[in-house]
Design a protein around this ligand. Structure first.
Ligand SMILES: Nc1ncnc2c1ncn2[C@@H]1O[C@H](COP(=O)(O)OP(=O)(O)OP(=O)(O)O)[C@@H](O)[C@H]1O
Length: 348
């Protein structure tokens, strides 16, 4: 569990200290007080990536050039500094040149309002969803993803410049090697996730519909042949047209696409089920429940779904939940309550 978290020059905070409890924690505050920023800081400290920002640079407090995060996950001490677009991090006060040991310390399940985009939005959201899981449970996944993205960027730049075929072909081998590994991983993730998502959907919605997810690879057949078959199209479009950057996950409710036919309430349940399924897989793969960071979700749910979501959260997991009010919270529910106002977080 996360024992403490210190923020320096992160988002709206010059400095803040948060000591969450085991089990349930609530951070309550009016809009724009920094509730989401505290959850984001916990995620960035543990995973070295933000669930919201495209780049960590966005999270540096306005007018500053660096932020620092510090905290303990159980007995392990984590420290992250981000300055001038470079991050440096230390585990138990030892600077790390690679992220493997550091990232093996704590896992995160992030549930937020934007999750509706997993159902309604473009494939980018669903690829990120698989990547967030992969980076936490599959050794080498993140490195492979970054290597693939580098090869893809270089190849696309050459295609855009209309460079000779032999120059472009220099990137075919890395593209195929890393790309095929990603395709295989993501296919496997979808296979293990489907029953976990289906079980979560039943708990959340109480509905009779069944949910299915299908991996839709961004290449037909194996990537090497798909790349060979797409030469004409890619030189016309001046871009790599096949590969895991085109992957998607089809989400069906009953036998119909949830994005088109599901009601708003059903789509919210589907989005929650996708995230709860992901969290269940994190717990299964690492034998430890992840830290649940739940941002402003409860206010948007009807009372039945709210109660179902509360009941679906594993009691043994540590949870940090933000909300503008606790009106919806039944008084018999336990949990530590923290109020956030004017940059000050206080336990009530
Ligand atoms: N890099 C940054 N530096 C300083 N302030 C920032 C930065 N990024 C965002 N902010 C500001 O931080 C404030 C807190 O944002 P945050 O989303 O954490 O609040 P919140 O309490 O979750 O709000 P809401 O309830 O409306 O979701 C906002 O006013 C936002 O504009």
């Amino acid at each position: 569990m996360l024992r403490d978290l210190r923020l320096r020059d992160f988002r709206c905070f010059e400095s803040l200290h948060f000591t969450p409890e085991p089990g349930l924690n609530f951070i309550i505050g009016a809009n724009a007080q920094g509730k989401t920023s505290i959850l984001e800081a916990a995620c960035v400290l543990l995973r070295l990536q933000s669930p919201k920002a495209g780049s960590l640079g966005e999270t540096v407090r306005f007018g500053q050039s660096a932020f620092g995060l510090d905290g303990h996950w159980e007995t392990r001490h984590l420290h992250l500094k981000y300055e001038n677009a470079l991050k440096s991090f230390a585990l138990d006060s030892k600077n790390q040149s690679r992220s493997g040991d550091y990232l093996s310390v704590g896992r995160v399940a992030w549930i937020g309002n934007d999750d509706l985009q997993l159902v309604r939005g473009s494939g980018t959201h669903r690829r990120r969803y698989l990547d967030f899981l992969g980076a936490q449970i599959a050794e080498g996944y993140l490195k492979t993803l970054r290597s693939y993205e580098r090869a893809l960027r270089s190849r696309n730049a050459l295609l855009k410049d209309n460079r000779p075929r032999r120059e472009i072909a220099a990137f075919d081998q890395p593209l195929v090697e890393y790309g095929q590994a990603l395709l295989d991983w993501r296919q496997e993730f979808c296979r293990v996730l489907e029953p976990l998502i289906a079980a979560s959907y039943t708990r959340i919605s109480g509905g009779a519909e069944t949910i299915h997810i299908e991996y839709v690879p961004g290449s037909n057949g194996d990537l090497k042949s798909a790349l060979a078959a797409s030469l004409e199209e890619e030189s016309r479009l001046r871009s790599t047209v096949t590969g895991p950057h085109r992957d998607d996950v089809r989400v069906l409710l009953g036998d119909k696409p949830a994005a088109i036919y599901a009601s708003e309430g059903q789509q919210r349940s589907v989005a929650l089920a996708l995230k709860l399924g992901q969290a269940a897989e994190l717990a299964a793969a690492t034998q430890t429940p992840p830290l649940y960071l739940i941002d402003d979700v409860f206010g948007e749910l009807d009372p039945a779904r709210r109660n179902n979501l509360m009941a679906a959260l594993p009691p043994e997991a540590q949870k940090i939940i933000t909300s503008t009010t606790l009106d919806w919270h039944r008084s018999e529910m336990s949990g530590a309550i923290f109020q956030l106002a004017d940059g000050v977080l206080s336990r009530t």
